[in-house]
Design a protein around this ligand. Structure first.
Ligand SMILES: [Mg+2]
Length: 159
């Protein structure tokens, strides 16, 4: 008989721990058995949680190797965040074409969530141009969010 193995993901967060958003994340991670580390080690980390604007309610979640890495976990997390008045949305570097949108929608179905496709453009600048200040970025690939020199990275103790 074939056994389906669920992959344990390692998340990184090194910000203020008392935000409600982080508490929701932390309990979701614990109940799913994913791990959370506070030290930067690119070889251990699967998914980064980067704290940007503490006042914002917007939470940007990447698609490839983030939501796609554990769809049921993220669908549940999205619901929990929405219940607490956060606005999670999908933010991917993918091209804005129908095929990509349909693939994402087919999995998120009734999650009632916005999808932004930046077409390879740095996500933080892209969202700022749309007037969206982000509270947390959840992403496996931080160079897709901002430039290497951005203070967002040093504030999150990366590098
Ligand atoms: Mg990704």
């Amino acid at each position: 008989m074939e056994e389906i193995e669920e992959e344990i993901l390692t998340f990184y967060y090194n910000g203020y721990q008392k935000f409600e958003s982080f508490q929701i994340l932390q309990s979701a991670l614990t109940s799913k058995g994913h791990s959370l580390i506070e030290f930067y080690n690119e070889f251990l980390i699967d998914i980064y949680i980067l704290l940007d604007n503490p006042e914002s309610k917007f939470i940007a979640i990447d698609w490839d190797n983030t939501i796609s890495a554990d769809q049921t976990f993220f669908i549940e997390l999205i619901k929990q965040l929405q219940k607490s008045d956060y606005t999670p949305f999908v933010c991917t570097l993918r091209a804005p074409n129908t095929e990509n949108i349909e693939e994402i929608l087919s999995i998120l179905e009734d999650a009632n969530i916005a999808i932004y496709l930046t077409d390879g453009n740095p996500k933080r600048e892209y969202m700022k141009d749309l007037g969206v200040d982000v509270h947390l970025w959840i992403d496996d690939f931080y160079p897709g969010i901002c430039r290497e020199t951005s203070s967002l990275l040093t504030r999150n103790h990366i590098k």
